[in-house]
Design a protein around this ligand. Structure first.
Ligand code: UDP
Length: 288
């Protein structure tokens, strides 16, 4: 078997799809997850440690002994709207928790980190391309915690020799094509599963948050990328770092944006029935 990889938050949506891809590629996988949002069943045949990814008590025993050669850091809170209401939680869990992980890695001599960052670090680009050279200018607490961790990783790399791939995800969507895994949040707040639910159940609960944005149809535009493509990118990032590759900060998206209305239209076409929705006010923190 290949090297050991620790996945913090590996029982969650992107983490579980990545766990599957890493196992297929022959890596040994340890998942550290407090199961606050993740699911035990999503860990599959990887080792599971139930614990807080921001605590040295949980991290140190896993990193001791030299079996783990790389860490993929998924653990964290990921809701823009909630981050506006509860910034304390976001700074504590996303930023302070990540600092504990970086310290534990430095102390244990584990060099390679792959970090789940977000296109939310870019903020509101006003229609310009979001290339990686662009200076982060996040517009909500969620994006600000991600940008802060990115800077911390680069500073730790410079001072302590950590090596990193920072992956800025655009909007993860979809499910494992073999049907073993999927998106399972409770409550679900993400657009794609909510639109599909409305198409299936027709309860009339779908809301479109904001129809007065400066976009062609007035609704927000996002780049929706398939979760299995994200998983594949993580496997490549692990391989890259373990083969001695350079530090990288990379966008992970398709390069094409879709508005909220066009997502609803696409699901309705595929489902063969109309999908009802209500126009609702903007959701705080959402960039256009
Ligand atoms: N959205 C919406 N109704 C919903 C959920 C989301 O209109 O019930 C919009 C949201 O305002 C954003 C886009 O869909 O513009 C994607 O939101 P999501 O929460 O899926 O991902 P985010 O971009 O916040 O990471």
């Amino acid at each position: 078997m290949k090297e050991g990889v620790l996945l913090t938050g590996g029982a969650g949506y992107i983490g579980s799809h990545t766990r599957k891809a890493l196992r297929k590629a022959g890596y040994r996988v340890v998942v550290l997850d407090d199961l606050s949002e993740g699911h035990r069943e999503a860990v599959g045949d990887a080792d599971l440690v139930v614990g807080d990814a921001g605590s040295r008590e949980a991290l140190d025993p896993i990193l001791a002994g030299g079996g783990v050669k790389a860490v993929i850091h998924f653990a964290g809170r990921c809701y823009v709207g909630e981050s506006v209401r509860r910034p304390r939680r976001y700074y504590r869990e996303n930023l302070v928790g990540s600092l504990a992980l970086l310290a534990a890695m430095v102390d244990a001599g584990v060099e390679a980190i792959i970090f789940s960052s977000s296109c939310a670090v870019y903020g509101d680009p006003g229609g310009e391309d979001l290339d990686e050279e662009r200076l982060p200018a996040p517009v909500n607490p969620y994006g600000r915690t991600k940008a802060a961790v990115e800077w911390a990783i680069r500073d730790h790399a410079r001072a302590y020799g950590l090596r990193y791939v920072i992956l800025r995800y655009f909007n993860a969507a979809g499910a494992d094509p073999e049907g073993e895994l999927g998106e399972d949040h409770d409550p679900e707040t993400h657009l794609v599963p909510l639109v599909i639910r409305e198409a299936r159940e027709g309860k009339g609960e779908l809301r479109v948050f904001g129809t007065d944005y400066p976009t062609p149809d007035g609704t927000c535009i996002r780049d929706y990328v398939h979760v299995s493509d994200l998983a594949d990118a993580h496997v490549r990032a692990v391989r890259h770092l373990l083969e001695g590759g350079a530090n990288e900060t990379l966008n992970l998206g398709t390069g094409t944006g879709h508005s909220v209305r066009s997502v609803i239209r696409a699901v309705a076409e595929r489902a063969g029935r109309p999908v009802r929705y209500r126009e609702a006010p903007r959701r705080p923190g959402d960039p256009p």
